[in-house]
Structure formats: structure tokens, C-alpha cells
Design a protein around this ligand. Structure first.
Ligand code: SAH
Length: 457
């Protein structure tokens, strides 16, 4: 059958894409239908038809899936932040666990690998401790501040967001007030003109400290004093106001240079009983409570006895390794962002941890040098960004011959790919646990234990 744009059809939704759109099948065609749920029967209109897939929109919900619920956010259908607010939390968790299982089977080739139950969150709202809100201009030239629409750089104006704490809603309000009266011109990414690029907010959930940071295509703002006042008047817990100077013509969210306009250079938070200092440019787990669950699982997989050399690659501010340092003989962390490495060192010191050191550099290169020098960690933690590890790094880690590798991953597809290579090199996966770090959104985290020479799958 030949399918064409604008054609209508009836389809049953049977799965979801990695971005959370529903998937159904028409004859010879996979069809992606945003805002549907597995189990829905829908009438659709085809919007775009390619060789073996199509995008469509719902014209009528014929029979709703039992996974459905009424979305609790008025921006849900426009905003690209969440994709599961029309699905029950239980349903969302099942879909996320299924996504991890599918990747491990289809990409990794591990149908027998035991997958522990997904660790769900207590709350689907108010958990984000960081927001990087893009700014734009609406049809009438007015400021829009919120989130990008799905697959687009159009900013959907959001007065508030359910994922974030109320302090962020208030900071957005304060920023809008300031921008209306004193704001520099809004940045335009096509012409690379204008100044105000993003509003970046972070909160230490345990300390209550809030950072408000404006990302600007300029070394200074015209009314910095008024900006500080606006935030101070309206944001409880405000501890730091920062200007991030970002003059590059890229999609990268933050520039490399920060100037503190008011308060501290870095806020603090507590995690796993330790205090962490967080510079604006340093990575920090977005969901603090779930990060503790993730780290507990990672510690269980690491099974440290006190005698081990622990290597923490992609360590950020050192959080994972430092949370286990008292159970290891020594800890070495590797991280590419200099400010994060500085934070990691300060964090070790501030928490009285004396068996930890940190290296600034590329994980693959640093690991290769350590391996060549004869360093032999017994446990290696890997927590790479979405693109996963390079084959060289996987080979280097295997060459160091650790007893255990604990792989923390934010992308099941690259995890499964890397596990396959690890398995070929004598490090098969023995168990994986999905963790829901980002309720409501499409993201899912997985922690996986690999052991030398044990076979499974
Ligand atoms: N383990 C930390 C951070 C994980 S996020 C935590 O749980 O908080 C991934 C980290 O890898 C980020 O801090 C990022 O800056 C860092 N990173 C990205 N590419 C890297 C590379 N090539 N080498 C080393 N670190 C890298």
C-alpha cells in the first residue's frame, strides 16, 4: 500500500520511541504519533511520509489506553520538556524499563541479562534542581521564556514548570520583570545578535541555596544592579547571582566564563551524607533524591571492601566516587571540565576525605596513560555523557583488568553498544538496574555491573 501525506487511517499504538512519541504500525510503515500511549486506538492524519516510517497526529482518540491519565500541566502538548504527563507514573516506569530491556536485547544481544526492577521516584514534580531556560521572542516581539517545543528551537512560554521547585518559577517571574523594564535585547540565534540567551537556575535541595545565572552574549549587562535586586526581592534562598558570558555561535547552553554579580561563586548541596560545592559550570545530578538511589545501587555493584583502588571516570564534581571513598583504599577521579575538577578536590577536602585525588583531562586519554603506567584499579566506574564510551576507552578499561566495572548510563542505546564490546573483551554484564532520574520526561538512567570473566546473556 502506498501511503501519502494528509491521508487518514486508524492505528493501534503498541510502543514508544526513545523520545516518548507513540509508535503504531500501518501496512509496511512504522508510524510515530506524539502524545499517544501504548494501548490507544486512534484515528490519525499522516503529516510526513518517508520510505518505511511516517509521522502523524491524532485526529480522534477512538479507544484510550488504560495507561492514560489527564495531563496535569497546561503547557504539556506544546512544551518539549515532558512527554509522559498523559500516562500514569506506573505506566511511565514500565515503558522506561522496557526501553532499557529492548536496547540490551536488540543492540547488546543480552536476552538473558537480569534486569532488576526500575527504581521509581517518590515524586513526579518539583524534582529538578537545575533549569536552563531558553529565551525567545513571540509573534509580537514579546519575551518568551520556558522550554523548546519538541524537535524545534521555538521557545514555548511557560509561566511555571511542574518539574522545578517554586523558587525557579519565582526567579523566572523576577527575570521577566527585570527584562521588561531594564533588559538588554533578546539574543537571536540565527543572526547571532542581541544579548540575553538563557536563564540558568540551580538549587541545592538540602541546603535551600539558589543560583540565578543569566547567560549573555556580552561581557556585561546594562542593568546588573537592578537584576540582582529583582532576584533578591523575589527568590527565597537566593545565594548567588552570576553572569555567564557566552559569545560563541553554538547551541551549547553555557559559555566558559562566569562572573559573580552577587553572593557566592558556588552554591552547596548535600548528597549521600557529604557536602558538595557546585560551580555554575560543574555537572550535578539533576534529581538529588534519585541520585542517592542511583549511587546506592552503584555502591552495591562496586562491592568495595576497603582494599580497592577505585577509578571514577567522568567523575564531574566527584560525587559518585566520594560517596564510596570510605569503603575504598584510594580513589582517583577523572573529569574534563576544570571547574568541576576543582570542585571535586574541594569536595574531598571539605568532607575530610584524604584518600582521593582528581585528574583533569579526557577520560579515554587519561585512562590510557594510567594503564600504560601500570595502574591497576580493582573497580572502575564509568558515567559518560549520552554518546557513551569510545571503543578505545572500553579496550583500555579491559586492559587494566579490574574485577568489576560499574557503568552508569543516561542512554540505553550507547550503553548496550558499549556492553557488547566489553563482553567481547571478557567483561560480560551480570545485572542492570534502570533508575528513573527524570520522571515525566523521556530520559532513563541505567546502572550496570560488569564482572571479569563471568558469563551471562
Ligand atoms: N559522575 C558524575 C558526572 C556524570 S556526567 C556525577 O554523577 O555527578 C558526565 C561528566 O562527564 C560531566 O561532568 C562531563 O563534564 C564529563 N565529561 C564529558 N566528556 C568527558 C571526557 N571526554 N572526559 C572526561 N570527562 C568528560
Amino acid at each position: 500500500m502506498e501511503w501519502k501525506k494528509n491521508q487518514e487511517a486508524q492505528v493501534e499504538i503498541t510502543g514508544v520511541t526513545a523520545q516518548g512519541a507513540g509508535v503504531g504500525r500501518l501496512e509496511g510503515l512504522a508510524v510515530f504519533v506524539p502524545l499517544t500511549a501504548p494501548g490507544d486506538v486512534v484515528r490519525i492524519k499522516l503529516l510526513k511520509v518517508a520510505k518505511n516510517y511516517a509521522w502523524a497526529k491524532v485526529t480522534e482518540l477512538l479507544a484510550p489506553s488504560p495507561l492514560r491519565q489527564e495531563p496535569d500541566c497546561p503547557q504539556f502538548a506544546q512544551c518539549g520538556g515532558c512527554c509522559y504527563r498523559h500516562i500514569t507514573y506506573q505506566g511511565e516506569l514500565e515503558l522506561k524499563a522496557q526501553r532499557v530491556r529492548d536496547a540490551l536485547v536488540r543492540i547488546g544481544g543480552f536476552p538473558q541479562l537480569p534486569l532488576a526492577p526500575i527504581l521509581g521516584a517518590e515524586s513526579r514534580s518539583g524534582y529538578r534542581n537545575k533549569a536552563l531556560l531558553p529565551l525567545g521572542r513571540g509573534k509580537d516581539g514579546q519575551l518568551t521564556l520556558g522550554f523548546y517545543a519538541v524537535n524545534s528551537h521555538r521557545v514555548v512560554d511557560c509561566p511555571r514548570c511542574l518539574l522545578q521547585p517554586k523558587e525557579f518559577d519565582l526567579a523566572m517571574e523576577a527575570f521577566r520583570r527585570w527584562a521588561a523594564q531594564y533588559g538588554d535585547p533578546i539574543y537571536d540565534e540565527t543572526s547571532h545578535t542581541g544579548v540575553l540567551r538563557r536563564l540558568y537556575l540551580r538549587k541545592g535541595f538540602r541546603t535551600g541555596e539558589v543560583l540565578a545565572c543569566v547567560v549573555a552574549n556580552a561581557p556585561r549587562l546594562r542593568h546588573e544592579k537592578e537584576l540582582v535586586e529583582a532576584f533578591r526581592e523575589q527568590v527565597p534562598g537566593l545565594a548567588s547571582v552570576v553572569l555567564n558570558v557566552h559569545r560563541d555561535k553554538t547551541n551549547v547552553a553555557l559559555g566558559k566564563e562566569c562572573r559573580t554579580l552577587w553572593g557566592k561563586d558556588a552554591i552547596e548541596d548535600q548528597l549521600c551524607g557529604l557536602t558538595f560545592r557546585l560551580s555554575p559550570l560543574s555537572f550535578y545530578q539533576v534529581n538529588r533524591d534519585q541520585a542517592e538511589r542511583l549511587y546506592e545501587k552503584a555502591a552495591e555493584y562496586a562491592a568495595l571492601t576497603g582494599a580497592e583502588f577505585l577509578l571514577d571516570l567522568y567523575c564531574g564534581t566527584g560525587t559518585i566516587g566520594l560517596s564510596m571513598a570510605n569503603r575504598a583504599k584510594k580513589l582517583l577521579g577523572v573529569e574534563v571540565i576544570p571547574q568541576a575538577v576543582e570542585n571535586a578536590r574541594e569536595n574531598a577536602r571539605a568532607n575530610g576525605i584524604s584518600n582521593a585525588s582528581f585528574l583533569c583531562g579526557d577520560a579515554a586519554q587519561a585512562a590510557a596513560e594510567l594503564e600504560a603506567r601500570g595502574e591497576r584499579p580493582q573497580v572502575v566506574i564509568l558515567d559518560p555523557p549520552r554518546k557513551g564510551c569510545s571503543p578505545e576507552l572500553v579496550r583500555t578499561v579491559a586492559a587494566m583488568a579490574p574485577q568489576r566495572v560499574v557503568y552508569v548510563s543516561c542512554d540505553p542505546a550507547t550503553l548496550a553498544r558499549d556492553l557488547k564490546l566489553f563482553a567481547q573483551l571478557g567483561y560480560p554484564p551480570v545485572e542492570a538496574t534502570p533508575v528513573d532520574m527524570f520522571p515525566g520526561t523521556a530520559h532513563v538512567e541505567t546502572v550496570c555491573l560488569l564482572k571479569r570473566g563471568e558469563h551471562h546473556g
